[in-house]
Design a protein around this ligand. Structure first.
Ligand code: FAD
Length: 383
Protein backbone atom coordinates (compact mmCIF):
# COMPACT_ATOMS: atom_id res chain seq x y z
CA UNK A 1 0.00 0.00 0.00
CA UNK A 2 1.42 3.41 -0.87
CA UNK A 3 -0.39 6.18 0.98
CA UNK A 4 0.24 6.57 4.70
CA UNK A 5 -3.11 6.34 6.53
CA UNK A 6 -4.48 9.71 7.65
CA UNK A 7 -4.72 9.64 11.44
CA UNK A 8 -6.97 12.16 13.20
CA UNK A 9 -6.42 12.79 16.89
CA UNK A 10 -9.55 14.38 18.38
CA UNK A 11 -8.59 16.49 21.40
CA UNK A 12 -5.30 18.24 22.17
CA UNK A 13 -5.35 17.69 25.95
CA UNK A 14 -2.31 16.17 27.61
CA UNK A 15 -3.12 12.73 26.15
CA UNK A 16 -3.92 13.84 22.59
CA UNK A 17 -0.98 16.23 22.32
CA UNK A 18 1.52 13.62 23.57
CA UNK A 19 0.08 10.94 21.26
CA UNK A 20 0.28 13.20 18.21
CA UNK A 21 3.86 14.22 19.01
CA UNK A 22 4.96 10.58 19.29
CA UNK A 23 3.15 9.48 16.12
CA UNK A 24 4.57 12.39 14.12
CA UNK A 25 8.03 11.49 15.38
CA UNK A 26 7.55 7.99 13.95
CA UNK A 27 6.63 9.51 10.58
CA UNK A 28 2.87 8.87 10.69
CA UNK A 29 0.46 11.20 8.92
CA UNK A 30 -1.30 12.88 11.85
CA UNK A 31 -3.56 15.87 12.37
CA UNK A 32 -5.06 17.06 15.69
CA UNK A 33 -8.53 18.62 15.99
CA UNK A 34 -9.17 20.57 19.20
CA UNK A 35 -12.46 22.28 20.08
CA UNK A 36 -10.87 25.06 22.17
CA UNK A 37 -9.59 28.13 20.37
CA UNK A 38 -6.42 27.95 22.50
CA UNK A 39 -5.30 27.06 26.02
CA UNK A 40 -4.73 29.36 29.01
CA UNK A 41 -2.69 28.79 32.20
CA UNK A 42 -5.50 27.29 34.33
CA UNK A 43 -5.02 27.31 38.11
CA UNK A 44 -3.90 23.73 38.57
CA UNK A 45 -0.84 21.65 39.23
CA UNK A 46 -0.05 18.11 38.21
CA UNK A 47 2.27 15.29 39.27
CA UNK A 48 4.47 13.98 36.49
CA UNK A 49 5.89 10.64 37.55
CA UNK A 50 8.97 8.88 36.15
CA UNK A 51 6.66 6.67 34.06
CA UNK A 52 5.54 9.82 32.20
CA UNK A 53 8.95 11.51 32.16
CA UNK A 54 10.28 8.59 30.09
CA UNK A 55 7.66 9.41 27.46
CA UNK A 56 8.49 13.13 27.66
CA UNK A 57 12.17 12.20 27.11
CA UNK A 58 11.15 10.61 23.81
CA UNK A 59 9.11 13.71 22.87
CA UNK A 60 12.14 15.90 23.68
CA UNK A 61 10.80 17.99 26.58
CA UNK A 62 12.24 16.12 29.59
CA UNK A 63 15.09 18.61 30.19
CA UNK A 64 12.79 21.63 30.05
CA UNK A 65 10.33 19.90 32.41
CA UNK A 66 13.20 19.26 34.84
CA UNK A 67 14.17 22.94 34.62
CA UNK A 68 10.64 24.21 35.23
CA UNK A 69 9.22 21.73 37.72
CA UNK A 70 9.66 21.07 41.41
CA UNK A 71 11.48 17.81 42.19
CA UNK A 72 10.34 16.68 45.65
CA UNK A 73 12.69 14.40 47.60
CA UNK A 74 9.73 12.67 49.23
CA UNK A 75 5.98 12.21 49.01
CA UNK A 76 4.72 12.70 52.56
CA UNK A 77 1.38 11.58 53.91
CA UNK A 78 0.42 13.44 57.11
CA UNK A 79 -2.31 13.27 59.71
CA UNK A 80 -4.83 16.08 59.17
CA UNK A 81 -4.71 17.41 62.72
CA UNK A 82 -1.34 16.55 64.25
CA UNK A 83 0.79 16.65 61.12
CA UNK A 84 2.33 13.29 62.09
CA UNK A 85 4.01 11.52 59.20
CA UNK A 86 1.95 8.51 58.05
CA UNK A 87 4.18 7.69 55.08
CA UNK A 88 7.40 8.98 53.55
CA UNK A 89 7.97 7.73 50.02
CA UNK A 90 11.43 8.46 48.55
CA UNK A 91 11.43 10.37 45.23
CA UNK A 92 14.19 12.87 44.21
CA UNK A 93 17.49 11.12 43.32
CA UNK A 94 15.97 7.82 44.43
CA UNK A 95 13.36 8.06 41.67
CA UNK A 96 15.97 8.87 39.04
CA UNK A 97 18.13 5.93 40.11
CA UNK A 98 15.38 3.37 40.69
CA UNK A 99 12.57 4.38 38.35
CA UNK A 100 14.65 5.84 35.51
CA UNK A 101 13.55 9.51 35.58
CA UNK A 102 12.56 12.38 37.86
CA UNK A 103 9.31 12.65 39.79
CA UNK A 104 8.11 16.23 39.24
CA UNK A 105 5.24 18.42 40.30
CA UNK A 106 4.54 21.22 37.81
CA UNK A 107 2.00 23.79 36.73
CA UNK A 108 -0.43 22.00 34.48
CA UNK A 109 -0.61 24.97 32.09
CA UNK A 110 3.19 25.10 31.72
CA UNK A 111 3.31 21.36 31.01
CA UNK A 112 0.50 21.54 28.48
CA UNK A 113 2.16 24.47 26.73
CA UNK A 114 5.40 22.50 26.34
CA UNK A 115 3.51 19.57 24.83
CA UNK A 116 1.59 21.78 22.39
CA UNK A 117 4.84 23.53 21.38
CA UNK A 118 6.33 20.10 20.64
CA UNK A 119 3.80 19.82 17.79
CA UNK A 120 4.35 21.55 14.44
CA UNK A 121 1.66 24.26 14.25
CA UNK A 122 0.43 22.93 10.89
CA UNK A 123 -0.44 19.61 12.60
CA UNK A 124 -3.06 21.15 14.94
CA UNK A 125 -6.36 22.85 14.17
CA UNK A 126 -7.93 24.75 17.07
CA UNK A 127 -11.61 25.75 17.18
CA UNK A 128 -12.62 22.38 15.67
CA UNK A 129 -15.40 20.87 17.76
CA UNK A 130 -16.26 17.39 16.52
CA UNK A 131 -20.02 16.94 16.34
CA UNK A 132 -20.33 13.72 14.35
CA UNK A 133 -18.18 10.77 13.38
CA UNK A 134 -19.21 8.20 10.77
CA UNK A 135 -17.06 5.11 10.19
CA UNK A 136 -17.86 4.34 6.53
CA UNK A 137 -15.83 1.14 6.44
CA UNK A 138 -13.17 2.36 4.02
CA UNK A 139 -12.67 5.68 5.78
CA UNK A 140 -14.16 7.94 8.47
CA UNK A 141 -16.07 11.18 8.00
CA UNK A 142 -15.60 13.77 10.73
CA UNK A 143 -18.03 16.72 10.98
CA UNK A 144 -17.26 19.83 13.02
CA UNK A 145 -19.48 22.52 14.52
CA UNK A 146 -18.10 25.13 12.10
CA UNK A 147 -19.72 23.19 9.22
CA UNK A 148 -16.48 21.70 7.90
CA UNK A 149 -15.80 17.99 7.36
CA UNK A 150 -12.67 15.85 7.05
CA UNK A 151 -12.12 12.39 5.59
CA UNK A 152 -9.55 10.33 7.45
CA UNK A 153 -8.52 6.68 7.83
CA UNK A 154 -8.09 6.32 11.60
CA UNK A 155 -9.57 8.32 14.48
CA UNK A 156 -8.02 8.47 17.94
CA UNK A 157 -10.54 9.70 20.50
CA UNK A 158 -8.51 11.72 23.00
CA UNK A 159 -11.51 13.93 23.67
CA UNK A 160 -11.84 13.54 27.40
CA UNK A 161 -14.49 12.33 29.80
CA UNK A 162 -17.47 13.33 27.61
CA UNK A 163 -15.92 11.84 24.47
CA UNK A 164 -17.90 11.93 21.22
CA UNK A 165 -15.88 8.97 19.98
CA UNK A 166 -16.78 6.90 23.06
CA UNK A 167 -20.41 7.83 22.47
CA UNK A 168 -20.17 6.60 18.87
CA UNK A 169 -18.67 3.30 20.05
CA UNK A 170 -20.84 2.65 23.09
CA UNK A 171 -23.85 4.95 22.98
CA UNK A 172 -24.86 7.94 25.09
CA UNK A 173 -24.04 7.43 28.74
CA UNK A 174 -22.96 10.26 31.03
CA UNK A 175 -20.00 9.55 33.34
CA UNK A 176 -20.76 8.81 36.99
CA UNK A 177 -20.31 11.50 39.60
CA UNK A 178 -18.02 9.86 42.18
CA UNK A 179 -19.59 11.64 45.17
CA UNK A 180 -16.50 13.81 45.68
CA UNK A 181 -15.33 17.18 44.49
CA UNK A 182 -11.85 18.62 44.28
CA UNK A 183 -10.92 22.20 45.18
CA UNK A 184 -7.99 23.52 43.19
CA UNK A 185 -5.94 26.67 43.83
CA UNK A 186 -2.49 27.95 42.83
CA UNK A 187 -1.02 30.86 44.81
CA UNK A 188 2.23 32.51 45.91
CA UNK A 189 3.99 30.49 48.62
CA UNK A 190 3.06 32.13 51.96
CA UNK A 191 5.46 33.02 54.80
CA UNK A 192 6.01 30.43 57.52
CA UNK A 193 4.56 31.39 60.89
CA UNK A 194 4.78 30.02 64.43
CA UNK A 195 3.08 26.64 64.87
CA UNK A 196 3.41 25.74 61.20
CA UNK A 197 5.50 22.96 59.70
CA UNK A 198 7.85 23.95 56.87
CA UNK A 199 6.00 23.45 53.57
CA UNK A 200 6.79 19.97 52.27
CA UNK A 201 7.49 19.95 48.55
CA UNK A 202 4.81 17.26 48.14
CA UNK A 203 2.38 16.24 50.87
CA UNK A 204 -1.07 14.75 51.24
CA UNK A 205 -2.98 15.58 54.44
CA UNK A 206 -5.47 12.83 55.26
CA UNK A 207 -8.52 12.59 57.49
CA UNK A 208 -11.03 9.74 57.40
CA UNK A 209 -13.31 11.29 54.81
CA UNK A 210 -11.32 14.02 53.00
CA UNK A 211 -7.83 15.09 52.06
CA UNK A 212 -5.72 17.95 50.80
CA UNK A 213 -2.71 17.38 48.56
CA UNK A 214 -0.24 20.26 48.27
CA UNK A 215 2.94 20.79 46.30
CA UNK A 216 5.12 23.38 44.61
CA UNK A 217 4.54 23.84 40.90
CA UNK A 218 7.82 25.57 40.02
CA UNK A 219 11.51 24.78 40.56
CA UNK A 220 11.79 28.09 42.46
CA UNK A 221 9.14 26.87 44.94
CA UNK A 222 7.45 30.27 44.67
CA UNK A 223 4.03 28.89 43.74
CA UNK A 224 2.07 26.36 45.76
CA UNK A 225 -0.95 24.32 44.68
CA UNK A 226 -3.56 22.44 46.61
CA UNK A 227 -6.09 19.95 45.37
CA UNK A 228 -8.63 18.35 47.69
CA UNK A 229 -10.99 15.41 47.77
CA UNK A 230 -14.15 16.23 49.71
CA UNK A 231 -17.36 14.19 49.88
CA UNK A 232 -20.38 16.08 48.54
CA UNK A 233 -23.48 14.05 47.80
CA UNK A 234 -24.95 15.81 44.78
CA UNK A 235 -23.50 17.58 41.77
CA UNK A 236 -25.19 18.87 38.60
CA UNK A 237 -23.32 17.12 35.79
CA UNK A 238 -23.88 20.14 33.54
CA UNK A 239 -21.18 21.94 35.53
CA UNK A 240 -17.68 20.49 35.28
CA UNK A 241 -16.46 23.09 37.77
CA UNK A 242 -17.74 26.01 39.84
CA UNK A 243 -16.07 28.85 41.72
CA UNK A 244 -15.37 28.18 45.41
CA UNK A 245 -14.15 30.59 48.10
CA UNK A 246 -11.73 31.01 51.00
CA UNK A 247 -14.76 30.90 53.33
CA UNK A 248 -15.88 27.56 51.92
CA UNK A 249 -12.33 26.23 52.31
CA UNK A 250 -12.19 27.46 55.94
CA UNK A 251 -15.45 25.68 56.67
CA UNK A 252 -14.40 22.48 54.89
CA UNK A 253 -11.01 22.25 56.65
CA UNK A 254 -11.97 23.69 60.04
CA UNK A 255 -9.77 22.31 62.83
CA UNK A 256 -7.04 21.05 60.46
CA UNK A 257 -3.34 21.61 61.19
CA UNK A 258 -2.09 25.26 61.20
CA UNK A 259 -0.07 24.57 58.03
CA UNK A 260 -3.28 23.68 56.19
CA UNK A 261 -4.97 26.80 57.64
CA UNK A 262 -2.09 28.90 56.27
CA UNK A 263 -2.68 27.47 52.80
CA UNK A 264 -6.37 28.29 53.04
CA UNK A 265 -5.52 31.82 54.21
CA UNK A 266 -3.13 32.29 51.27
CA UNK A 267 -5.78 31.29 48.73
CA UNK A 268 -6.53 33.95 46.14
CA UNK A 269 -8.83 32.12 43.73
CA UNK A 270 -10.18 28.62 44.19
CA UNK A 271 -12.38 26.45 41.99
CA UNK A 272 -14.18 23.17 42.73
CA UNK A 273 -14.35 20.30 40.24
CA UNK A 274 -16.69 17.33 40.03
CA UNK A 275 -14.83 14.02 40.12
CA UNK A 276 -16.13 11.71 37.41
CA UNK A 277 -15.59 8.03 36.72
CA UNK A 278 -16.70 5.23 34.42
CA UNK A 279 -16.54 1.49 34.89
CA UNK A 280 -13.89 -0.16 32.69
CA UNK A 281 -15.23 -0.10 29.10
CA UNK A 282 -16.15 -3.36 27.36
CA UNK A 283 -14.26 -2.23 24.26
CA UNK A 284 -11.57 0.32 23.49
CA UNK A 285 -11.93 0.37 19.71
CA UNK A 286 -14.16 -0.64 16.85
CA UNK A 287 -13.54 -0.42 13.13
CA UNK A 288 -11.37 2.64 12.55
CA UNK A 289 -12.02 4.32 15.91
CA UNK A 290 -9.95 3.93 19.06
CA UNK A 291 -10.01 5.60 22.50
CA UNK A 292 -7.40 6.76 24.97
CA UNK A 293 -7.10 8.63 28.25
CA UNK A 294 -10.18 10.02 29.98
CA UNK A 295 -12.29 9.18 26.91
CA UNK A 296 -11.63 5.55 27.79
CA UNK A 297 -10.95 5.32 31.53
CA UNK A 298 -11.76 8.50 33.48
CA UNK A 299 -10.88 8.15 37.14
CA UNK A 300 -10.80 9.99 40.45
CA UNK A 301 -7.48 11.86 40.54
CA UNK A 302 -6.36 10.30 43.82
CA UNK A 303 -3.34 8.50 42.39
CA UNK A 304 -2.34 11.57 40.37
CA UNK A 305 -2.07 9.24 37.38
CA UNK A 306 -5.02 10.15 35.10
CA UNK A 307 -3.02 12.19 32.61
CA UNK A 308 -0.15 9.75 33.09
CA UNK A 309 -2.40 6.93 31.87
CA UNK A 310 -3.53 9.04 28.88
CA UNK A 311 0.09 9.72 27.93
CA UNK A 312 1.15 6.09 28.45
CA UNK A 313 -1.84 5.02 26.30
CA UNK A 314 -0.68 7.31 23.50
CA UNK A 315 2.87 6.01 23.72
CA UNK A 316 1.67 2.39 23.61
CA UNK A 317 -0.64 3.11 20.68
CA UNK A 318 2.26 4.69 18.77
CA UNK A 319 4.40 1.65 19.63
CA UNK A 320 1.69 -0.72 18.34
CA UNK A 321 1.27 1.23 15.10
CA UNK A 322 5.03 1.02 14.62
CA UNK A 323 5.02 -2.70 15.44
CA UNK A 324 2.34 -3.79 12.95
CA UNK A 325 1.95 -0.73 10.67
CA UNK A 326 -0.92 1.77 10.69
CA UNK A 327 -2.48 0.02 7.68
CA UNK A 328 -3.18 -2.88 10.03
CA UNK A 329 -5.19 -0.71 12.36
CA UNK A 330 -7.37 -3.55 13.73
CA UNK A 331 -4.29 -5.52 14.71
CA UNK A 332 -2.67 -2.43 16.21
CA UNK A 333 -5.82 -1.61 18.23
CA UNK A 334 -6.07 -5.16 19.61
CA UNK A 335 -2.38 -5.14 20.58
CA UNK A 336 -2.82 -1.71 22.19
CA UNK A 337 -5.80 -2.77 24.32
CA UNK A 338 -4.10 -6.03 25.33
CA UNK A 339 -1.16 -4.03 26.63
CA UNK A 340 -3.03 -1.21 28.34
CA UNK A 341 -6.38 -2.38 29.74
CA UNK A 342 -5.07 -4.20 32.80
CA UNK A 343 -2.76 -1.41 33.96
CA UNK A 344 -5.30 1.38 33.32
CA UNK A 345 -8.03 -0.55 35.16
CA UNK A 346 -5.72 -1.17 38.13
CA UNK A 347 -4.90 2.53 38.37
CA UNK A 348 -8.61 3.37 38.02
CA UNK A 349 -9.45 1.01 40.90
CA UNK A 350 -6.75 2.29 43.28
CA UNK A 351 -7.70 5.87 42.44
CA UNK A 352 -11.30 5.05 43.30
CA UNK A 353 -10.29 3.53 46.65
CA UNK A 354 -8.06 6.52 47.49
CA UNK A 355 -5.43 4.51 49.33
CA UNK A 356 -2.34 5.36 47.23
CA UNK A 357 0.73 6.10 49.38
CA UNK A 358 -1.29 6.52 52.57
CA UNK A 359 1.16 4.05 54.08
CA UNK A 360 4.74 3.18 53.17
CA UNK A 361 4.11 1.01 50.11
CA UNK A 362 6.39 0.26 47.17
CA UNK A 363 5.24 2.30 44.13
CA UNK A 364 7.78 0.79 41.71
CA UNK A 365 5.15 -1.08 39.61
CA UNK A 366 3.65 2.32 38.77
CA UNK A 367 6.65 4.68 38.60
CA UNK A 368 9.14 2.16 37.19
CA UNK A 369 6.95 1.26 34.17
CA UNK A 370 8.61 2.00 30.83
CA UNK A 371 5.99 1.92 28.07
CA UNK A 372 8.64 1.65 25.35
CA UNK A 373 10.43 -1.35 26.83
CA UNK A 374 7.80 -3.37 28.69
CA UNK A 375 7.49 -6.75 26.88
CA UNK A 376 4.40 -6.77 24.64
CA UNK A 377 1.58 -9.21 25.42
CA UNK A 378 -0.32 -10.71 22.46
CA UNK A 379 -4.07 -9.96 22.34
CA UNK A 380 -5.14 -13.53 23.12
CA UNK A 381 -2.80 -13.72 26.11
CA UNK A 382 -3.83 -10.55 27.98
CA UNK A 383 -5.16 -11.12 31.52
P1 FAD B 1 -8.50 15.93 28.57
O1 FAD B 1 -7.38 16.52 29.32
O2 FAD B 1 -9.88 16.11 29.11
O3 FAD B 1 -8.44 16.50 27.10
C1 FAD B 1 -9.48 16.31 26.18
C2 FAD B 1 -9.36 17.37 25.10
O4 FAD B 1 -10.32 17.09 24.09
C3 FAD B 1 -9.65 18.78 25.62
O5 FAD B 1 -8.64 19.65 25.18
C4 FAD B 1 -11.01 19.09 25.01
O6 FAD B 1 -11.19 20.48 24.75
C5 FAD B 1 -10.97 18.28 23.72
N1 FAD B 1 -12.30 17.91 23.22
C6 FAD B 1 -13.34 17.43 23.93
N2 FAD B 1 -14.40 17.21 23.14
C7 FAD B 1 -14.02 17.57 21.88
C8 FAD B 1 -14.70 17.59 20.62
N3 FAD B 1 -15.98 17.19 20.51
N4 FAD B 1 -14.01 18.02 19.53
C9 FAD B 1 -12.71 18.42 19.65
N5 FAD B 1 -12.04 18.45 20.82
C10 FAD B 1 -12.69 18.01 21.93
N6 FAD B 1 -3.61 13.40 36.28
C11 FAD B 1 -2.28 13.19 36.53
O7 FAD B 1 -1.62 12.42 35.78
N7 FAD B 1 -1.66 13.81 37.59
C12 FAD B 1 -2.34 14.66 38.43
O8 FAD B 1 -1.74 15.21 39.36
C13 FAD B 1 -3.73 14.90 38.20
N8 FAD B 1 -4.47 15.73 38.99
C14 FAD B 1 -5.81 15.91 38.75
C15 FAD B 1 -6.59 16.73 39.59
C16 FAD B 1 -7.96 16.91 39.34
C17 FAD B 1 -8.78 17.74 40.29
C18 FAD B 1 -8.56 16.31 38.21
C19 FAD B 1 -10.03 16.52 37.91
C20 FAD B 1 -7.80 15.50 37.36
C21 FAD B 1 -6.43 15.29 37.64
N9 FAD B 1 -5.65 14.44 36.83
C22 FAD B 1 -4.33 14.23 37.08
C23 FAD B 1 -6.29 13.71 35.72
C24 FAD B 1 -6.08 14.38 34.41
O9 FAD B 1 -6.44 15.73 34.46
C25 FAD B 1 -6.87 13.70 33.31
O10 FAD B 1 -6.84 12.31 33.48
C26 FAD B 1 -6.25 14.07 31.97
O11 FAD B 1 -6.38 15.44 31.74
C27 FAD B 1 -6.85 13.27 30.83
O12 FAD B 1 -6.25 13.68 29.64
P2 FAD B 1 -6.98 13.49 28.25
O13 FAD B 1 -6.05 14.05 27.23
O14 FAD B 1 -7.45 12.10 28.13
O15 FAD B 1 -8.31 14.36 28.37
Amino acid sequence: MSKSPRIAVVGAGLGGAATAALLLQEGFNVHVYEQASGFSRLGAGIHVGPNVMKVLRRIGIEDEMNRQGSRPDFWYSRHWETGDVLAQIPLGDYAVKNYGASYLTVHRGDFHELLIKALPSEAVSFGKCLTKVVDRGNDVLLSFSDGTTEEVDIVIGADGVNSQIREELLGVEPPKYAGYLAHRAVFRTPELKAGMLPFDACVKWWSDDRHMMTYFVTSKADELYYVTGVPVEKWDLNDRWLPSSKEEMRETFRGWHPTVQALVDATVEVTKWSLLERDPLPLWSRGRLVLLGDACHPMKPHMAQGAAMAIEDGAMLARCFKEVGAHNHSEAFALYEANRAERASKVQRISHENTWLLTNEDPSWCFGYDVFNVPLVSPGKAA
